[in-house]
Design a protein around this ligand. Sequence first.
Ligand SMILES: [Zn+2]
Length: 361
Amino acid sequence: MFSSTDYSFMAQALRLAEKGLYSASPNPRVGCVLVRDGQVIGSGWHERAGGHHAEINALSAAGAAVQGATAYLTLEPCSHHGRTPPCAEALIKAGIAKLVIAMEDPNPLVSGRGCASLKAAGIEVQSGLMEAEARALNIGFISRMARKRPWIRMKIAASLDGKTALNNGTSQWITGEAARRDGHRLRARSCAVLTGIGTVLADDPQLTVRHVNTSRQPLRVVVDSRLDIPVDAGLLRGGGELIFTATASEGKILALREVGARVIVLPGENGGVDLAGMMQQLADFEINEVLIEAGFKLNGSLINAGLVDELIIYLAPCLIGDAARGMMKLPELANLADKRALKINDVRMVGTDIRLTCGFS
Ligand SMILES: [Zn+2]
């Protein structure tokens, strides 16, 4: 149903959409290519919330030449009046003859409406071209719309024998420079980076994006059930950080507010934070992708609670030994049949380290 030129133009639109990888959230990353007589006459992408949508940028780049054109768009055009007027209307007014989209809007409240209004205006609409690629690009936005929860990645740096830290908590610099830079790319595309109080106390990390260029920093989130975080912790510099706790200790909450942090009291079981409730709240705050950079305790709790969608494991060519800490604290199994099965979706070298990308099957 789609020709090789269709694929080529949609691939261009996807590459444009990818330009919004670090900046478009909470909106989806979207690209648009306008084609007439086999020639690209305009293209655009969505840079940031409040800015023009990809279609509008492409239409203004094309100018008056749009009549009879085909629009290749990585996501169904919006049909509702949000921060900007609907793009479906703009495409109809511009006089395009055909629309090819990679995927429909994942928001169940509006899905299909943009395409329906174009069809009603007599415009030919085709859907599903390179849909898998488009879905991967907006995996967090789709998750938030469809599941009311962010897409949750867990990043772990370990030795080849699966150890992440010494027993005294020292965990920095197991992997090499290239893996660290790659980790910063993961941070840059995430809306939030989440850690636990154990990591804050042991490493005092900043969790900012430093090794890649980005126009925005992810929200920093700490799980701290007893509010043990020092007010001068490195990651509290900058303000706006979010701390989830299980205790309503007023004095400490006030002290943290004074340094610009926000504290949310969300008690769960056994004196801990309600982790599933926390992820729901993050979705309410329009967080599409969460990157977990925590220690073995919180890693284990999140996996046990079924709150991890993807594991990204960097394995460094070194051995640390059996006495050191593992990747995640999971309950002991009596039977190997109870093991958690994973699916390896990608494996590659990053510098001198191996990067594994796994999903839960
Ligand atoms: Zn739009």
